[in-house]
Design a protein around this ligand. Sequence first.
Ligand SMILES: [Zn+2]
Ligand SMILES: [Zn+2]
Length: 146
Amino acid sequence: MNPIESNLNFAVASKNQMKGKCFCGKHRFVISGEPYRVVHCHCKNCQRSVGAAFVTWIVIKRNQYAIKPEAKRHQASNQAIRTFCDTCGSSLTYAHPERADYLDITAGTINHPNSLKPDWHIWGKRKVEWIKLHDDLPFYEQFPDN
Ligand SMILES: [Zn+2]
Ligand SMILES: [Zn+2]
């Protein structure tokens, strides 16, 4: 068992961790260390997959994450792999082979999302018109190059 995985059993989260779970509580996970980035994604795949107008993702390195038990996967035609709870349907993660080091976690599943500081909006060209943004974050029409 790796150290992150063993942290799943700690009763109290350490300062440098974020914990979360799916809606029904079957899956519990821990993120160790700081997020690389927090991104609001307005793409159509996120809208459809999660069933929401947009999705906020916590972008981390894959080795910062551990979940128990392992979640079901769905791979889309663009090769992106999303995981979800097969009991309650919560969307849990997103991974793409072109971003092999990174894993995206749905911000709505962590226990204390107010601690997050979003960085960007992406896929702005797919944003639903009735979502009115009042933040000053960078707004990218697609996925930015950098
Ligand atoms: Zn669940
Ligand atoms: Zn998306």
